[in-house]
Design a protein around this ligand. Sequence first.
Ligand code: FNR
Length: 190
Amino acid sequence: STPHILAFAGSLRAGSFNKKLVRCAASAAEAAGTKVTIINLDDYALPVFDEDLEKEGTPENATKLKALMREADGFLIASPEYNSSVSAALKNAIDWASRPAEGEPMLAAFAGKAAVLMAASPGALGGLRGLVHLKAILGNIQVTVLPQQFALSKAFEAFDDEGKLKDEKTAARVADLGSSLAAFLAKHVG
Ligand code: FNR
């Protein structure tokens, strides 16, 4: 069957550079023949994970997000860097989605999946330090993180009004991330 990618950014803000970046990579994955679903984490308005809250009943939006992740074979993730690590919003989404419902297998949203990571930041390092952490987090929940990654520095001047990357070489690198995940999934998803 056609592989399916879920693409999202770890930022909630409307003008997010990471939302723009993940869309650029997602277009390339789609062009490579993969089904791609782009979501905004802010649409889910997840509360901060709390085991007491979970005991009262998992929020409907957390269940919805996990269901989308379960359906996906791979993830394209653009992660902002907050104080040299992943955003709380992204970690929170991962934490909610990592919890099994009663009778559900462990890590059903993550185990055996593949991911390609990218980051965008106004700073000079482009959020690269956060990706080191994200790679470890995903690896520990049995996601294969592909070695292809990209951190976009000086993100405030990188995109045109339509959200496309202005620099041709950068655009090609980001497109390559999307098509690399598409190619990996085509090979490994039966
Ligand atoms: C930041 N920012 C930031 N940037 C960076 O390159 N390294 C960092 O460690 C941090 N730390 C940090 C902490 C907090 C709390 C905030 C709010 C911001 C700046 C950050 O990269 C910038 O706000 C980006 O625009 C965030 O990504 P989006 O929302 O544009 O996708």
